[in-house]
Design a protein around this ligand. Structure first.
Ligand SMILES: NC(=O)c1ccc[n+]([C@@H]2O[C@H](COP(=O)([O-])OP(=O)(O)OC[C@H]3O[C@@H](n4cnc5c(N)ncnc54)[C@H](O)[C@@H]3O)[C@@H](O)[C@H]2O)c1
Length: 316
């Protein structure tokens, strides 16, 4: 019998690629998503789709009765600014809904849960590159909820033996990222390039990020579902893995690379730096390589080309 896997947030950007990757690995995949941000057409045809809120009674009943061996949990409120303006909503989406899922998983005997955390917001403004044991310094309610979620996972491991893995992603980019959101600079730049509009860089453009391609992130989920995990030690770091390239790319360099990938000429404007923006971020993924057997396989140039091709096709 095929292994049953649940992907929450599977109508969203990363979750839909995670669902694709589990299907390619031969799993029987169910997706739940409330479509607050995702799109039904993102859900792979071969997956079973249930439009449900992760925090609902129905979702909990589905999880407890669904026989899911593995859950990849990606559904979340993902906007840092929303978490600042409405921290209660952020906690409902990112903590209470997680607890509902965990209670369902506990009742249903789920073996492993792979959680989507965020390196950028958990480590905060530290000098990169970050390793998993870098002290945590979340500065937004979103960052606090991601880190608190990791503590809940450790706790459910200790109390009930749930094998919980936290994948701390760098800046994920690729096809299906919402070009109208606030998070994805690659999608935003790509959409502007497609329509011949100038790119706007906030600040002097020297701020750096670690860009990791979405298919690489999806593969990390599938590997994390089966890897032999380190023994728990009561910390959030024991079963946490950075998923990034370790390479810092400045916004200016990203804009240049995207203009090259698109092969179009647009101007680059500068606007005032945005308050609270991280100056630098990069994640060392040596632990993921050692334990999950994961390394990023798609270069930035190649990933940007795929993303731009998708943006052109999708917008038609
Ligand atoms: N995009 C990044 O660079 C990045 C970086 C670090 C971590 N992450 C994490 O990865 C995960 C996926 O992010 P994404 O960029 O694909 O965002 P996304 O908004 O495209 O996907 C999230 C999905 O979750 C769904 N959703 C939200 N709340 C829900 C709820 N209560 N019940 C059911 N569905 C719900 C949305 O409709 C959406 O389809 C999130 O947990 C996010 O915090 C993303």
């Amino acid at each position: 019998m095929k292994r049953r896997v649940l992907v929450t947030g599977g109508a969203g950007f990363i979750g839909s690629h995670v669902a694709d990757a589990y299907l390619a690995a031969g799993c029987d995949v169910t997706v739940i998503d409330n479509l607050s941000h995702g799109r039904p057409q993102n859900v792979p045809k071969a997956a079973e789709f249930r439009q449900l809120d992760v925090g609902s009674e129905e979702a909990r009943a589905l999880v407890s009765g669904g026989g899911f061996e593995v859950i990849s949990h990606l559904a979340a409120q993902v906007d840092v600014r929303v978490s600042v303006s409405d921290p209660i909503f952020d906690a409902e989406e990112n903590l209470l809904a997680l607890l509902n899922l965990l209670e369902g998983a506990r009742a249903g005997g789920t073996r492993r849960l792979v959680f989507s955390s965020s390196g950028g917001v958990v480590y905060g403004e530290r000098k990169p590159p970050h390793v998993e044991t870098t002290p945590k310094l979340p500065v937004s309610p979103y960052g606090v909820s991601k880190l608190a979620a990791e503590y809940y996972l450790v706790c459910y491991g200790q109390l009930y033996g749930l094998e919980a893995v936290a994948l701390r992603y760098a800046n994920v980019y690729g096809p299906r990222q919402d070009p109208h959101g606030e998070a994805g600079v690659v999608a935003i730049f790509g959409n502007r390039l497609r329509t011949g509009k100038p790119l706007t860089i906030y600040g002097d453009g020297s701020q750096t990020r670690d860009y990791v391609y979405v298919a690489d992130v999806a593969r990390a989920n599938v590997l994390a579902a089966d890897a032999t995990l380190p023994a728990p030690d009561g910390t959030v770091d024991a079963r946490a893995f950075n998923i990034g390239t370790g390479v810092e790319t400045s916004v200016t360099a990203l804009a240049e690379a995207m203009i090259a990938a698109a092969g179009v000429e647009v101007s680059v404007d500068h606007a005032a730096a945005r308050a609270g923006e991280l100056l630098a971020s990069a994640l060392t993924a040596a632990k993921a390589e050692r334990i999950l057997g994961w390394t990023p396989q798609v270069s930035l140039a190649e990933g940007l080309r795929h993303t731009y091709d998708w943006l052109r096709g999708d917008a038609a």
